[in-house]
Design a protein around this ligand. Structure first.
Ligand SMILES: *Cc1c(COP(=O)(O)O)cnc(C)c1O
Length: 378
């Protein structure tokens, strides 16, 4: 049985959790949360990093920080996880879905300008599979129309666009430490603030709308309710687990890259029957995901069923947001969604996790190449 994903320990997770308990602080913003903030700020060379309990929470904070009001439009891909859209819909915003590129499966930067109206308030890009969107073009459009850019970098910790870490290129960046991502804490996330004008308010929103962070720093003499907000911060126990993972993030991404390259080399023999991931020259990715694209839904279904019958669990995603019940209700499309619809029907993600062994990889490959299988004639 080879699952799609497996949570793992890398190093000192238990030791740090024990230490956090010994220090007597398990609420949010304890010593391990601070260590994670400092680590991320240094590693990503960004102005401010704030841990959240999920990337969903970081996206919700971004929507509040951008003052999204009912009727405001936010341009985004339809081929993404629900939280990209939901975070803005919770503020009354209207997702405006734009199709993706054939090659990277990222939002097609050439379709963005056409989706802009006087109601547009932001552009939210998603770096699919940890491979960067075409950020130069996107920032150029954003600048021309004075729109903030949010990076849903949930999958992209440790990835770069032209030497710049993803998540630090737009005004705000959002990371996920969900157990299916590269660096994990079960559930977890971070908001990266690249435009310093958002820092003070972000701390307030994250602390239930109070100026508690300023109070702890001695900047105000009492703390009180000053803005809208919620409890977006994780327990220091989660941060302790995360800190051990962050310290090892290069090691984690290196191991995933070996698995990624192993898959890529293997699947190259099927070129023409399937399509493998495309990585633009100006992008360095973090091996978040290994996917292949089949010719049609029937072949993909056949492949997944065949692998499952052998105890191996590849998965597909996403059901496009633009045609989902909530997407129809709360959003609208700009242009046609042909690539999104096709990719949604034909993409398969292969098992990918830090502890995936050489034996497991060999076993996956041997089921695919086995003579006399359904897979042979695909
Ligand atoms: C995983 C993911 C999210 C949500 O992350 P959580 O930490 O589970 O909230 C959002 N957007 C994208 C693109 C993701 O892959």
């Amino acid at each position: 049985m080879i699952p799609f994903n497996k949570p793992f320990l890398i190093d000192k997770e238990f030791e740090y959790i024990q230490d956090a308990i010994n220090q007597g602080v398990l609420r949010g913003d304890g010593i391990y949360t601070k260590k994670c903030h400092e680590f991320l700020e240094k590693k990503l060379n960004c102005k401010k990093a704030l841990l959240t309990h999920s990337c969903t929470a970081a996206l919700e904070m971004a929507a509040i920080l951008l003052d999204i009001k009912p009727g405001d439009e936010i341009i985004m891909p339809s081929y993404t996880f629900v939280s990209t859209a939901n975070a803005f819909v919770l503020r009354g915003g209207v997702p405006v879905f734009v199709d993706i590129r054939e090659d990277t499966l990222n939002i097609d930067e050439n379709l963005i300008e056409n989706a802009i109206t006087e109601k547009t308030k932001a552009i939210c890009v998603v770096h699919y599979a940890g491979v960067s969107c075409e950020m130069d073009k996107i920032l150029e459009i954003a600048k021309k129309y004075k729109l903030p850019v949010v990076e849903d970098a949930a999958q992209a910790l440790g990835s770069f666009y032209k030497e710049k870490p993803l998540g630090t290129i737009g005004d705000l960046g959002c990371f996920s430490f969900h157990e299916t991502k590269n660096v994990i804490s079960g559930e977890g996330g971070a908001l990266i603030i690249n435009d310093p004008k958002y820092i003070e308010r972000a701390e307030i929103i994250r602390e239930k709308g109070t100026n508690r962070s300023q109070f702890f720093r001695g900047e105000v003499d009492k703390y009180t309710w000053v803005d809208i907000g919620s409890s977006f911060l994780p327990s220091d126990m989660v941060a302790a687990y995360l800190f051990s993972q962050l310290e090892n993030m290069d090691k984690i991404n290196k191991k995933r890259m070996e698995i990624w390259q192993n898959y890529d080399e293997f699947f190259s023999r099927y070129d023409g029957k399937i399509r493998r991931p495309y990585i633009p020259n100006n992008c360095k990715h973090n091996a978040h995901m290994y996917y292949v694209l089949f010719k049609n839904l029937a072949e993909r279904t056949q492949f997944i069923d065949y692998m499952k019958s052998n105890g191996i669990n590849p998965v597909f995603h996403y059901i496009p947001l633009h045609s989902s019940p909530a997407g129809i209700k709360y959003g609208r499309v700009s242009g046609d969604m042909a690539v999104t619809d096709r990719v949604s029907d034909t993409l398969v993600r292969m098992p990918m996790y830090y502890t995936l062994s050489d034996e497991e990889l060999s076993s996956i490959k041997s089921f695919i190449t086995k003579e006399g299988t359904e897979f042979e004639n695909f």
